[in-house]
Design a protein around this ligand. Sequence first.
Ligand code: 5RP
Length: 218
Amino acid sequence: MTQDDKKKAAASNALKYVEQGAIVGVGTGSTVNYFIDALAGLKNNIEGAVSSSEASSLLLKSHGIEVFELNSVSQLDVYIDGADEITEHKHMIKGGGAALTREKIVAAVAKTFVCIIDDTKQVPVLGKFPLPVEVIPMARSYVARELVKLGGDPVYRQGVVTDNGNVILDVRNLKILNPVELENQINSIVGVVTNGLFANRGADVVLIGKEDGVLEIK
Ligand code: 5RP
């Protein structure tokens, strides 16, 4: 079984969290793309989706799934998204696809966050995957210096502009022993829009595609 097969299995399994008539919160990335493809089979049973990126919106629309503005929706029952790393406490690093800010906003509105991953994403401690930080362009160098003070090694993600018109710093070599504290600390640097630690609001359910099937952790 390839990594893609495992992503696909976790993504299809997440359909059981989609209720009749729902507006579904949809994340971003290759695992979510498999979820969107699977969701297309249910498009006549759902009202539509709220999307966390232009890329996901395009794919949803290409399947004929209506995409709603988050501002027109007061509540979402479920948000389905992938992760770059996740711990047993369901704390995550996200933002490999540069969609972290909108992902965090849509996740904040949802009652249940279902994280869909293949088994390579499970880690004992976060931080091997560089932590993405979305930054207002004019603050890039200042924020980078502040991140160095926190012990990180920020690298400007060249050529990437987020859907919000900002830039990404990928921070290597952080010791992420307290993800909630670090999430708050980085978010308090002036010029940071948000960072890819999803610890204050982690996942509620994790669906892990493995060699022998999909493991669900609640
Ligand atoms: C995008 C994300 C993705 O969820 C994360 O990068 C995982 O992506 P993939 O499913 O392609 O492995 O946070 O910003």
